[in-house]
Design a protein around this ligand. Structure first.
Ligand SMILES: Cc1ncc(COP(=O)(O)O)c(C=O)c1O
Length: 397
C-alpha cells in the first residue's frame, strides 16, 4: 500500500507503542488512586505534561489533556463563549477564519444558531491565507475569542499567526486603557503544524492552542488544549476533579504517554526537509505531467505546510480519482477526511474563490516520513491515465 493521507492520520510508531504498552498492562492504575500503581500512573501523566509544556514553551499547569483536537476546539470556543454569557452576562462576538476545521466551524455555527452569539468569518486570499487587516476591522468591543488555525488541513496554507496575535495584544491594551474590562482570547488550532513548525506559544502569541496525538505518529483519541494562565473559560465537562477541574474524566494514561513520546520524537527526528522535498517533487510531477490541473494553496513553499499538496483536476470528480487510486492500493483524500464520503464541496476551496464544479475535482496528497520518491513515481505511472480516462467519460466538456 502507498499511503499519501498523513493529514488524516498517521500510523503509531513502534517506539510510541512500546512507551504506551506499560501503562495498559503493568502500570494500569487510575491516576486518582492513592496506592502505588495509581501514583505511578499519575507520575507518568505529570511527566508527559511537563515534557509537552516544555516543547510548547508553556507551564505544565497550562496543559489540559482531552480526547483529541475536536474536543479541545469545542472546549476553547464554548468555554470562552459560555464564560461570557453565563458569568459576564454579555453576548460574545466570535471571530473565526472561513477555512477552519469543522470542529471550529460547526461549533461556531452551533453557538450562533442556538444561542444567538454573533459570529464573523474572516475571508481568505486565493492562496487560503487570512489578511491581518481583516481581523483588525472585524474586532468589536464584545469580541470574546478569535480562532485562526496555524496550518490548513486541506490546502496546507500557513497563517500569519504572530501578526494576528499582535493585533489581539493591541486590542488587549486598548481595552485596558479604555476601561473595557472584557477579555479577548486568541486561539490557534496547531494540529497540522506541530509536526513541522515551531509551536512555542509565546512566539505565536496564543492564549489557547489545540493539538491531537494522531497527526504525528501518536495515538488517536488523545489531544490537548493549552490555556495561558489567567485566561477565563467555563469547563464543558463535569464529573471529576481531573485536569485541575477543567476537564472531568479519568486520564487516558497510555495515550497521554504516547502523545508525549510522539511529540518528543517529532522534535528530535525532524523530517521537515525530506518531506518538503517530496512534496515539491510531487507538485512538479503532477503539474508537469497532467494537463488542466490547479495546485491549490500557496505557490511559495514557505507559506505551505511541508506535508500537504492539494490539486484540482478540472472536469472530473475528486472522488472518482480516489476510487481508482484505491484500486491500485494508493490512499489519498478529497479535501479533508471529514468531508470525504460526502458530496458537499469543500468550504475551504469555496472560501478561496473556487466554484463548486472546480472544488469537486480536488484531491489532497499528504506525505509522511515513510514515503519515498519511488512511491510517487509508482503513482505517476497510473495517475495521468486515470485522469485521462475519467475526463473521457466526464459529462463536463
Ligand atoms: C486542523 C484540524 N483540526 C482538528 C482536527 C480534529 O482532530 P481530532 O481527530 O483529534 O478530533 C483535525 C483532524 O482532522 C484537523 O486536521
Amino acid at each position: 500500500m502507498i499511503y499519501f493521507d498523513h493529514a488524516a492520520t498517521t500510523p503509531v510508531s513502534k517506539d510510541v507503542l512500546d512507551a504506551m504498552n506499560l501503562y495498559f498492562s503493568e502500570k494500569y492504575g487510575n491516576p486518582s488512586s492513592i496506592y502505588k500503581i495509581g501514583q505511578e500512573a499519575k507520575s507518568a501523566v505529570e511527566k508527559a505534561r511537563e515534557e509537552i509544556a516544555g516543547m510548547l514553551g508553556a507551564n505544565p499547569r497550562e496543559i489540559i489533556f482531552t480526547s483529541g483536537a475536536t474536543e479541545a476546539n469545542n472546549l476553547a470556543l464554548k468555554g470562552v463563549a459560555f464564560y461570557w454569557s453565563q458569568i459576564l452576562k454579555t453576548k460574545p462576538h466570535i471571530i473565526i477564519s472561513s477555512i477552519e476545521h469543522h470542529s471550529v466551524l460547526d461549533t461556531a455555527e452551533y453557538l450562533e444558531k442556538n444561542f444567538g452569539f454573533e459570529v464573523t468569518k474572516l475571508g481568505v486570499s486565493n492562496e487560503g491565507i487570512v489578511n491581518p487587516k481583516d481581523l483588525e476591522k472585524a474586532i468589536q468591543e464584545n469580541t470574546a475569542i478569535v480562532l485562526v488555525m496555524y496550518g490548513n488541513n486541506e490546502v496546507g496554507s500557513i497563517q500569519p499567526i504572530s501578526e494576528l496575535s499582535e493585533i489581539i495584544k493591541k486590542e488587549k491594551v486598548k481595552r485596558e486603557n479604555g476601561g473595557n474590562e472584557f477579555p479577548i482570547v486568541f486561539h490557534t488550532d496547531a494540529v497540522q503544524a506541530f509536526q513541522y513548525l515551531d509551536c512555542n506559544v509565546s512566539d505565536l502569541g496564543a492564549d489557547m492552542l489545540s493539538l491531537t496525538g494522531h497527526k504525528f505518529y501518536g495515538p488517536k483519541g488523545v489531544g490537548l488544549l493549552y490555556v495561558k494562565s489567567g485566561t477565563k473559560f467555563l469547563p464543558q465537562q463535569q464529573g471529576g476533579a481531573q485536569e485541575r477541574r477543567q476537564r472531568a474524566g479519568t486520564e487516558n494514561v497510555p495515550y497521554i504517554v504516547g502523545m508525549a513520546k510522539a511529540m518528543n520524537d517529532a522534535r528530535t527526528e525532524n523530517h521537515k526537509k525530506e518531506v518538503e522535498d517530496l512534496r515539491d517533487y510531487l507538485i512538479e510531477k503532477i503539474t508537469k505531467e497532467i494537463p488542466d490541473v490547479i495546485l491549490t494553496g500557496p505557490e511559495v513553499g514557505e507559506k505551505r505546510l511541508p506535508h500537504i499538496a492539494s490539486f484540482i483536476f478540472k472536469k472530473i470528480e475528486g472522488e472518482s480519482i480516489l476510487i481508482n487510486l484505491d484500486l491500485l492500493g494508493i490512499a489519498a483524500s478529497s479535501g479533508s477526511a471529514c468531508t470525504s464520503g460526502s458530496l458537499a464541496s469543500s468550504h475551504v476551496l469555496t472560501a478561496m474563490g473556487y466554484d463548486d464544479l472546480l472544488a469537486h475535482g480536488s484531491i489532497r496528497f499528504s506525505l509522511g516520513k515513510m514515503n519515498s520518491k519511488e512511491e510517487i513515481d509508482e503513482m505517476m505511472k497510473h495517475l495521468p491515465q486515470i485522469v485521462e480516462k475519467l475526463r473521457g467519460m466526464s459529462p463536463i466538456k
